[in-house]
Design a binder for this molecule. Structure first.
Ligand SMILES: Cc1cc2nc3c(=O)[nH]c(=O)nc-3n(C[C@H](O)[C@H](O)[C@H](O)COP(=O)(O)OP(=O)(O)OC[C@H]3O[C@@H](n4cnc5c(N)ncnc54)[C@H](O)[C@@H]3O)c2cc1C
Length: 502
């Protein structure tokens, strides 16, 4: 028992801190060790982070949070994917959906038949063959139903939610699971002279908080992992040049859209995230290519409702901490690194580090093999997400501004280059080493951004074009017919999970 971790200390009460506290509280049940979270109301949280990917369902299920309750508590809406406007070229639009595209047959992936047909008869939008794209376009929502061979059998979706309200819920839950909350500022971090491990935190009221394992959820600055342990940061700003965002919520204007809109601008992109009580808007841009004034003017020009407050600027540096676990400190959330919000992956990375920590939960010996395994997995995961996001910027036909010319011509990571090369030459793409984004995601974005393969799988020629066209038409018809029968997104929310807080 002496070897066991007895005291876990979490620094930071943003989304990362309270997700970590809630999950640890639930799983460790305050029996194996105590959990203390230190947060300071005087140091604000980042206050953004409203779009998610479907994996959040698993996290909520782990906590036992009923989905309708979650939706009501956080003013949430549903999300089928992301609509990308003006990314390939001005006036063009495509959707990166959750879920699958088409239906594989005779051992060949669907998109090869789609490519064969495109070559023979011209291109029909790939979106028409993805259930989530059609449901997004038609503003429909439903949860899976048990009908064999129906696209409604396994509907993938995520959420848009108010992150501040989610944190409030998590906090109540974590405290109910025995997590101790301390309201104070951490003023100093004490290290063991020999090992360099963190021994205690000194608070602004003079108290000392000792611990065995420290979780750094203090946001971008990385109070423990960087300011105390000097772990180092690998910059990715040459691949991902955006470093700023200007954000503002606005009033809702009409239909609640079940998708995020990402709209490419002259030096970045703008998001629109619909919630039940308001719409989240933000313009992510590169300060090297655009001034704050221009970025703010573009944001305000393009929002649909009335701004609810004065726009707020945020700065970030894309990259990752050289080790996410260093000595007896683990970085979770923005302290561990930040790619950028394009594919809504940050909250997922929080969840992922929590789950990795729980499966590699250490004892006081902090076995280096365990630590290395954690770091290797976390490193691989974030790099592969980074590469997928760079794809959106790099594969574009846009040349209308210095920013887009830079992105088209910039050097990209080898892994991404090899994925692009393989797809371009043969239409093939593989999900490797548990990477987050699956084949359908890569295909949707590569084709959406204008990367048309030179060839398709030779086995697609085993079926005559006439038969391929018949099957494609059938897939498209079944998807449309299923979507037609679904309730509208707005009706679905009103019936199941309308918030009472509006
Ligand atoms: C422009 C932008 C858009 C984003 N959009 C999305 C999105 O759509 N989807 C998504 O998944 N993610 C998104 N993210 C990321 C998301 O916002 C974060 O991953 C998430 O909010 C977690 O932040 P955090 O808890 O790590 O840090 P923070 O929210 O910054 O919290 C840090 C906490 O540490 C505390 N703290 C700091 N110093 C001290 C101290 N000395 N003493 C005590 N407490 C201290 C603060 O009080 C605060 O509670 C976005 C990020 C940006 C910048």
């Amino acid at each position: 028992m002496q070897k066991n971790i007895q005291k876990v200390v979490i620094v930071g009460g943003g989304t990362a801190g309270w997700m970590t506290a809630a999950a640890m509280g639930k799983l460790l049940k305050n029996r194996m060790c105590s959990i203390t979270l230190v947060e300071s109301a005087e140091i604000p949280t980042i206050g953004v982070g409203e779009a998610t990917i479907p994996q959040l369902q698993l996290f909520n299920a782990l906590l036992g949070l009923d989905e309708d309750e979650f939706m009501r508590e956080t003013n949430a809406t549903f999300k089928h994917g992301i609509q990308f406007v003006d990314w390939k070229q001005l006036g063009h639009e495509y959707t990166h959906p959750f879920g699958t595209i088409g239906l594989n047959f005779d051992g060949v992936d669907f998109h090869h038949y789609w490519l064969k047909t495109a070559k023979a008869m011209g291109v029909d939008r790939l979106d028409n063959y993805a259930f989530n794209c059609v449901a997004a376009r038609d503003n429909k929502m439903m949860r899976s139903i048990d009908v064999p061979n129906s696209p409604c059998n396994n509907i993938a979706y995520a959420f848009h939610f108010d992150a501040g309200l989610y944190v409030k819920w998590l906090k109540r839950f974590a405290i109910s699971q025995g997590v101790e909350r301390i309201e104070a500022q951490v003023k100093d971090v004490h290290l063991n002279n020999d090992s360099g491990f963190i021994t205690s935190l000194e608070l602004n009221d003079g108290k000392q908080i000792e611990g065995d394992l420290f979780i750094d959820c203090s946001g971008f600055k990385g109070l423990l992992i960087e300011e105390a342990l000097h772990t180092g940061y690998e910059s990715w700003s040459h691949f991902l040049p955006c470093d700023s965002a200007v954000v503002v919520p606005s009033t809702n204007t009409g239909e609640l859209y079940p998708y995020t809109r990402s709209w490419a601008q002259k030096a970045g992109w703008q998001w629109r995230i619909p919630l039940q009580h308001r719409t989240g808007n933000g313009h992510v841009f590169s300060s090297k290519f655009m001034s704050d004034e221009e970025a703010k003017a573009i944001l305000l020009e393009n929002i649909e409702g009335e701004p609810l407050v004065e726009p707020r600027f945020l700065r970030f540096h894309t990259g990752m901490r050289r080790k996410q676990w260093n000595k007896n400190c683990i970085a979770i959330g923005l302290s561990s690194g930040f790619i950028e919000p394009l594919e809504s992956t940050s909250i997922h990375l929080i969840q992922s580090n929590i789950s990795r920590l729980m499966s590699l939960f250490p004892d006081k010996s902090f076995d280096p093999v365990t630590v290395d395994t954690f770091n290797k997995q976390a490193d691989e995961e974030i790099r592969r997400i980074r590469d997928f996001i760079i794809l959106h910027y790099h594969v574009t036909e846009r040349q209308d501004s210095p920013f887009w010319r830079y992105c088209r011509n910039m050097e990209i990571p080898d892994y991404l280059q090899s994925k692009i090369d393989l797809f371009k030459s043969s239409g093939r793409v593989f999900r490797e080493n548990d990477e987050l984004f699956n084949q359908s995601s890569w295909i949707a974005v590569m084709i959406g951004q204008g990367l048309m393969p030179e060839q398709y799988h030779p086995m697609a020629d085993l079926l005559e074009q006439e038969e391929v066209s018949r099957r494609l038409a059938h897939v498209k018809h079944v998807i449309q017919q299923s979507v037609d029968r679904m309730p509208s997104h707005q009706n679905f929310i009103e019936r199941h999970c309308k918030s009472t807080m509006q």
